[in-house]
Design a protein around this ligand. Structure first.
Ligand code: CAA
Length: 248
């Protein structure tokens, strides 16, 4: 928390489809929003666009796969604003392909970006959260970490692993004012989902009982809920938000 008692939120992968909406929503909620990114060119354009829309975000470059780079980023945020109160582990990629053809690189890249990043970011904020006896960690997983999706062995493993981190970290820090939860979105209208071949995507949409893709704002709304101070009794939970595609 900074000197004006404003909570500080860090969103990884901020410039992507979900990340953008999460940043906007947390900013509207009154948090100072630190936006992590990897690509300089995209981030500068994004910041300009956000400013034109009236949002002020603080950009922090770091490859979330890189433990040391994340440590530097967290230190810089602490220097500029204070301790990270809310961490949203949102950075993620897909490198889909059937398992028999999956390369070692496509396995490693997805595990590093989607899962090791969660370790890296949580590890570098957790002690300060413990010291201040407050924190909110929200991990953005996926419906495909809960159920099977043809062509996503790497992604499903990472997203299921993410919830494994959530559950165990949640109980380790439960008595320190810190909550750790997972959100598992289904298919949401982002570039990632639009990259799925149209024919395959249409079949997927046909299998969503609500009858459409999710909206990024709908996911951001749930992040906002879990980031709030008064959700202190919710921890180690997984929130499915998938239009009824997978009920369990
Ligand atoms: N179920 C069963 N069999 C399937 C199948 C399915 N869903 N999809 C493909 N197959 C079979 C094909 O019939 C084919 O069989 P034969 O070899 O016997 O002919 C074989 O698998 C290979 O199929 P393709 O030629 O289509 O293989 P490909 O390598 O070109 O593409 C794929 C495979 C990459 C998995 C492609 O189908 C695809 O992109 N699927 C979508 C994956 C997906 O949903 N990704 C989600 C991305 S968004 C996201 O991840 C966000 C989130 O959190 C929800």
């Amino acid at each position: 928390m900074n000197t004006e008692n404003q909570h500080i939120a860090l969103v990884t992968g901020a410039t992507g489809g979900l990340g953008t909406h999460i940043c906007k929503r947390l900013s509207e909620d009154g948090y100072i929003v630190c936006a992590n990114y990897r690509s300089e060119e995209k981030a500068q354009e994004w910041k300009k666009k956000m400013e034109a829309e009236g949002y002020q975000f603080y950009l922090y470059k770091a490859d979330v796969c890189d433990y040391d780079a994340v440590e530097q980023m967290i230190k810089a945020i602490e220097q500029d604003h204070g301790v990270v109160d809310i961490l949203v582990n949102n950075a993620g990629i897909t490198k889909d392909g059937i398992f028999k053809k999956m390369s070692k690189e496509n396995w490693q890249d997805v595990i590093a970006t989607n899962l090791t990043s969660v370790f890296n970011c949580c590890r570098h904020v957790i002690n300060q959260m413990i010291d201040q006896n407050y924190g909110r960690i929200v991990n953005i997983s996926s419906v495909n970490g809960q159920r099977a999706q043809f062509g996503q062995v790497n992604y499903a493993a990472a997203k299921a692993g993410m919830h494994g981190i959530t559950k165990t970290l949640a109980i380790e820090v439960a008595n320190k004012g810190i909550t750790v939860n997972t959100i598992s979105p289904g298919y949401v209208a982002t570039d990632m989902v639009m990259a799925v071949p149209e024919e395959v995507r249409n079949k997927i949409i046909a299998g969503i009982p609500v009858g459409r893709l999710g909206g990024t704002g709908e996911i951001a709304h749930l992040v906002s809920f879990l980031a709030a101070r008064d959700t202190a009794f919710i921890t180690g939970a997984n929130y499915a938000i998938n239009g009824g595609q997978h009920v369990y």
